[in-house]
Ligand binder design. Structure first.
Ligand code: C2O
Ligand code: CU
Ligand code: CU
Length: 563
């Protein structure tokens, strides 16, 4: 089976196999959005039934169209038979609405975040984020696009007829087992698909068309371009529009990244043009190149048997048809303005060092630690302007992602970013072998002393193995806080009724129990000694909670579960 699938890919890239029309996910544009997470089956290959997961269907999910400043409610109904979370990747929402690993949606329950859309027009996406299970749930199929619209973008002459001249393009690879089931732990992600369609073609009109590209792959980078080396215009990145279109013939995208591109198909009606991955041009030490590591001997299991690595092939065949009645034929020269914060105005620089426990295989650490749900790695005072300096001491590149904010890249290996990386982003590739990237970001909203935001590598295998950390944004006017790793112990955890709590400074601690929405739940503790106490949880509802140990100027948080 594996062999057959890889052959299918190779043949498909030369156009020998029958092609399938590109699936275009439906849209939801209302301010109340219902998403049901469900199991189903998908025939990626004729006659092969694969178990998959989707939102409102068996695979992927609808495209959510949001308007800036709208108040939205999203009801996420988990019918998967297991717990998960849903994260709105790229949206600037409060941590309790962000859907990170702490916001678990138990099976059979509905999670209903409500928020105001604060984001500029741009391309975002949603996907599960349950710690250590993110890759499985995304690989099995849960992911969808979020397109934000705003007035500034609406005033530009740009294609925006969804499915007509404005197309969602979710590029993913998956591995399959011999029996045709999705294999998410493998470097044999030999099946390339767009919007879940293998070997797809798209009918597009002979005019300027817009591709909303998402690299939704678990590990793979792509170097996108077109078959005839046509130049295209990059008009937006993760955080929205660039100041001006950037003409390119190649654009490299890591997992999690988005690109808003325009390609002018005017005058080529009746012809075909292919969106390609120029994998042979991806530099080594990037997943997708011929070598995933810095040296030939640094190999991942199965990597060199995967024909998608280091080769050039078609991602999407575009068949150019008649123009629409009101085609966009010109590309605006100015899109938006960016006020990039200058270095020197920051409140703090944080340094993050990526390291490895086993060369290219990982697990990979950040500042020597694997992710710990109970440790808040950074406390960011509300309003801070911060530089994060990321250094990669491992032999493979990592696409670093941060929640809550969009950032501006200050430099990559000491050089200012090229025009295509000068806009706002929430994912950036940190090159292997002591590569360094510095970005600057403002943390302006959403203080919450308890529920953290995540930062992590967006290679989902790396993330699941612990290449992740978390930060809280605190309001310095509300309380003085400072981070420390937890000395607290809580047992049993999970618990039915009575839990015992120990901490060397328990006597001086003020204890607060907070639920995952941030509401304080009244509790009382019976001190047994200076460092041990007992809390009765029998009257509180089942679910996840945070127990805060607050001292004069700092606090610690332990996550507990009431059964
Ligand atoms: Cu796209 Cu923390 O994730
Ligand atoms: Cu995210
Ligand atoms: Cu990584």
């Amino acid at each position: 089976m594996k062999l057959l699938l890889s052959c299918a890919i190779l043949l498909g890239s030369y156009g020998i196999l029958a092609q399938t029309p590109l699936y275009i996910p439906p849209t939801i544009e209302t301010s109340t959005i219902d998403l049901t997470l469900q199991n189903g089956t998908t025939q990626f290959y004729n006659g092969v039934t694969t178990n998959t997961m989707g939102a409102n269907g068996s695979l992927l999910g609808p495209t959510l169209i949001l308007n800036k400043d709208d108040q939205v409610t999203i009801n996420v109904n988990n019918q998967l038979g297991e717990e998960t979370t849903i994260h709105w990747h790229g949206l600037h929402v409060a941590p309790e609405n962000d859907g990170g690993p702490h916001s678990i949606i138990p099976d059979g329950t509905i999670w209903s975040p409500q928020f105001t859309v604060l984001d500029q027009a741009g391309i975002n996406w949603y996907h599960p984020h349950l710690h250590s299970t993110t890759n499985e749930h995304v690989s099995k199929g849960i992911a969808g696009l979020i397109l934000v619209k705003d007035q500034e973008e609406a005033a530009l002459t740009l294609p925006r007829d969804y499915g007509i001249d404005d197309f969602p393009i979710i590029v993913q690879t998956k591995g399959f087992t011999a029996s045709g089931q999705i294999e998410w732990m493998s470097e044999l992600d030999t099946s390339l698909m767009v919007n879940g369609t293998i070997d797809p073609y798209l009918d597009a009109p002979a005019q300027v068309v817009r591709l909303r590209l998402l690299n939704g792959s678990s590990q793979r980078f792509y170097k996108f371009g077109f078959s005839n080396n046509a130049s295209f215009q990059l008009i937006g990145t993760d955080g929205g529009l660039l100041e001006a279109p950037v003409p390119l013939t190649r654009y490299q995208m890591g997992p999690g990244q988005r690109a808003d591109i325009l390609i002018d198909l005017s005058g080529i009606q009746g012809q075909n043009i292919q969106l390609m991955n120029f994998g042979s041009e991806i530099a080594n030490a990037i997943y997708g190149a011929s070598q995933p590591g810095m040296m030939p001997q640094l190999m991942l299991p199965g990597y060199d048997q995967n024909p998608l690595n280091g080769n050039d092939y078609t991602v999407l065949d575009i068949q150019v048809g008649a123009p629409t009645s009101n085609p966009v034929t010109t590309i605006p020269t100015n899109l938006t303005t960016h006020n990039i914060p200058q270095e020197g105005t920051e409140d703090i620089t944080r340094s993050l060092l990526f390291n490895t426990q086993q060369n290219i295989v990982g697990p990979f650490t950040i500042n020597g630690s694997l992710f710990d749900m109970n440790v808040i790695n950074y406390t960011v005072p509300l309003g801070n302007r911060e530089i994060w300096s990321l250094t990669n001491q491992t032999p493979i590149a990592h696409p670093f992602h941060i929640h809550d904010v969009q950032f501006y890249i200050l430099d990559i290996n000491g050089s200012p970013p090229p025009p295509e990386l000068s806009g706002l982003n929430d994912v950036v590739m940190v090159p292997a072998g002591m590569g360094n990237v510095r970005f600057i970001a403002d943390f302006l909203d959403h203080a919450n002393d308890t529920i953290p935001y995540m930062y992590h590598c967006h290679m989902l295998t790396h993330e699941d193995e612990g290449m992740m950390g978390q930060f809280i944004v605190t309001d310095p006017n509300a309380s003085v806080v400072e981070n420390m790793s937890s000395l607290a112990n809580v047992y049993p955890n999970p618990s039915n009724d009575v839990i015992s709590v120990t901490h060397p400074r328990l006597k001086n601690a003020e204890l607060t129990l907070v639920d995952i929405t941030g509401s304080v739940i009244p509790i009382s503790m019976a001190l047994q000694s200076t460092d041990e106490g007992i809390i009765n949880l029998s009257s509180i509802a089942s679910g996840m909670y945070f127990l805060q140990f607050r001292f004069d100027s700092n606090y610690e948080v332990v996550k507990i579960e009431k059964l």
